[in-house]
Design a protein around this ligand. Structure first.
Ligand code: ATP
Length: 432
């Protein structure tokens, strides 16, 4: 874990937020490479679950919604974690995250558990008074219920159909930690899939399969993933069945994603609370009902962490010296989500080479996220590209001026191929 955190900082994937002011506990910023990796994951998710499906539409709602939303959804009352405090060192813990009855830090006696509400409170407008209290959303989901009527009418979808959203969520977590695994501000990719009540079991199984397809796409190995059937007393207040999909993170097995059957709890409550009828009328049979919901939910930051964990490799590799080897660190991120797809590396800074290399870079970067690098030895430049997971390095040497060919090196096999410059874009397109 330490090696991954250090690589992330060193190479500009993820570093501590507000660092020049001494940082802020558990806040992490995505740097130039991190933002590319995260965007690629979000875009691939949107493509798979929205673009490529006729039964899904997207939404991008506000982070701060009318507080009545959270009253109706039950979050103001029930979105709590059990909090215990050590009477000696005053550290606080989530009661369901610790074993035994004493403080894990100092062995002191713990208070009895209190329910602590995780909602992030704020005030709207200049006056800090109770009439102006509002909350940052703790999940993206509620907007899909609150906007259900408008989406249904404008998209003209019929049940079964889903609404998807990607965005930030905020939770005043008692014990954030484990790098980007648990933070107070994070991103979710969520689907609310609206169905008839009788179809819930079938739909639940179907979405579990879709989630596994997605995790396979991210390169997560099946034997690092585990379904955890959440027992009734631990389920969220709205859920009739929940499976937590757990991943073998380096600090232990923990929740990566969740799949929940939310019944018609949310639409029913919003209908009652708002006084707006959220009943669906089947256009063929005329049957009227409040739709039920299957919710596959995916944490973006936990996806990034799982991808980095799975991708991090240290392996023995030959050096430029005959018969010698060294350890190379390589991020074997699936090629389609790697932050930089192609590195353009002229063997020398001489103008005759860099002119050609810059032309190639211009052309390649129109098609792929590319990086141009002419500093340091070629060995060091390869090592850097391996560490940031760049699938292909293109080197331009003096022979390139004569034979109009470049060398393409594959990140995983380290094999090199000579390719005609005029064929390079096609060659790379085929590889991706
Ligand atoms: P946990 O039990 O770990 O607190 P949860 O069961 O409360 O999580 P959900 O409410 O199911 O989580 O949230 C949906 C998804 O959002 C989770 O599967 C996870 O990927 C992500 N997520 C939840 N809380 C956090 C957090 N504090 N930091 C980062 N990601 C989070």
């Amino acid at each position: 874990m330490e090696k991954i955190v250090s690589l992330c900082k060193r190479r500009g994937f993820i570093f501590p937020g507000s660092e020049i002011y001494g940082g802020m506990a558990n806040s992490w910023d995505y740097g130039p490479l991190g933002v590319e990796l995260k965007n690629n994951i979000k875009q691939a998710w949107w493509k798979k679950f929205v673009q490529e499906r006729g039964d899904m539409v997207g939404l991008d709602a506000t982070l701060v919604m009318n507080p009545k939303v959270w009253e109706a959804s039950g979050h103001l009352k029930n979105f709590t974690d059990p909090l215990v405090e050590c009477k000696k060192c005053h550290n606080r813990f989530r009661a369901d995250h610790i074993e035994g009855k004493t403080c894990p830090d100092c062995g002191g006696e713990l208070t009895t558990a209190k329910q602590f509400n995780l909602m992030f409170k704020t005030f709207i407008g200049p006056a800090e008074e109770s009439a102006n209290v509002a909350y940052f959303r703790p999940e993206t989901a509620q907007a899909m219920f609150v906007d259900f009527r408008q989406v249904l009418e404008t998209s003209r979808k019929r049940i079964p159909f889903g609404i998807a959203q990607i965005g930030k969520a905020f939770r005043n977590e008692i014990t954030p930690g484990n790098f980007i695994f648990r933070t107070r501000e994070f991103e979710q990719m969520e689907i609310e899939y609206f169905i008839k009540e009788n179809d819930w079991e079938k739909s639940f199984e179907y979405w579990l399969g879709e989630m596994y397809d997605w995790m396979n796409f991210l390169g997560l190995k099946k034997d690092h993933l585990h379904d955890m059937e959440v027992p009734e007393k631990e389920r969220a207040h709205y859920s009739k069945r929940t499976i937590d999909i757990e991943y073998d993170f380096l600090f232990g097995k923990d929740e990566l994603y969740g799949l929940a059957y939310r019944t018609n709890f949310d639409l029913k409550n919003h209908s009652t609370s708002s006084g707006v009828d959220l009943v669906y009328t089947d256009p063929e049979s005329g049957e009227k009902y409040i739709p039920h919901v299957i919710e596959p939910t995916f944490g973006v930051d936990r996806s990034v962490l799982a991808v980095l964990t799975e991708a991090y490799c240290e392996e023995e590799a030959p050096t430029t010296k005959e018969g010698e080897t060294e350890i190379r660190v390589v991020l074997k991120i699936p090629k389609h989500i790697a932050p930089i797809k192609v590195a353009i590396l002229p063997l020398s800074k001489k103008e005759e080479l860099s002119n050609v290399a810059k032309e190639i870079y211009k052309e390649v970067s129109r098609n792929f996220f590319a990086e141009y690098d002419e500093t340091q030895s070629i060995g060091k430049r390869y090592r850097r590209q391996d560490e940031i997971g760049t699938p292909y390095c293109v080197t331009i040497d003096f022979d390139s001026l004569e034979d109009k060919k470049v060398t393409v090196r594959d990140r995983d096999t380290m094999e090199q191929e000579r390719i005609e410059i005029s064929e390079l874009i096609n060659y790379l397109k085929n590889k991706f």
